[in-house]
Design a protein around this ligand. Sequence first.
Ligand code: ZN
Length: 331
Amino acid sequence: MWQVFGQESIITLLNHSISKQSIAHAYLLVGPRHVGKTTLARNLSQALNCTGHEPPCGQCSVCQRIIEDKHADVISTSFAPGQKAGIDDIRYLQLMASRPPYEGKYKVFIIDEAEHLSTEAANSLLKIMEEPPPRIVWLLLTSEESLLLPTVISRCQKLILKPLPVQTIEDILTVSYSVEPGKARLLARLSSGCIGWAITALKNPSLLENRQQEISKISLLLTSTVEERFAYAQDLSMQFQRQKSASEILANWLAWWHDLLLTRSGQPTLVANLDYQKTLAEQASSLDIGEISKYLTVLSLAQDYLMKNVNPRLVFESLMLDMPGKEFAHV
Ligand SMILES: [Zn+2]
């Protein structure tokens, strides 16, 4: 059974292609983080190799081993921001692709965060795609299609995974995961339509704890001095270089400032951070709509710059300088 929520048209298309044995040589799975791209890629790898009656059955030895990442013919790799995948990575994949499947019907390569392939690596990958060895399927996953080479995109069949309506996520959480209604509503609102985020937050409470810390930090920064803001910018850029957590922080900030805009424009019931409506009202009352929407634009640009590998310290420092705040304006 397919485990992906709310992407019925894609599943219908893939089931049809599998039953007609008209599998594309390469698929590009496009959609925001946590929308379900990895789950779909695993499910498709299972469906292509499953030995059960209704692929992907999820029960046979093949399906089980694929989900545990222990199947020799399903090869996953992912690339982190700032660590551009090089030509050697692709050469290794090319070598693997030159061999037929060991035990399965298809050999499947899953390349997550494909936007981080270097141009040279992407061109090498294209060469493999132009002369496809039989029974090889490439699954390229990306949340930033605009950073991929057009020639790579044109070689793939594109599958676009869209975020789900908030109400659908709330229903999935209450029905399939027995989450109590208040928490289901909060997680659904915070998920931005990405079910994977809501499920991860259920299993890993630190996600919500980190959000609380970030909200406290934003409240403090609004009235901090320029030195305090710069110290925090430095802290964030070091975190960004170590791991990806700074992108999560920026996502929390965007949600928070979007909520401030909603609150300031008289729509407080629509906010994502439902459990912070009082704090939002207090902060929104000291800001004007113009400065909130301007800062939202600055935050979105910062996300873009980080994605394009602009020096993170510069990005975070300008974020701190542009952040509105009454006390700061008088420093
Ligand atoms: Zn199976």
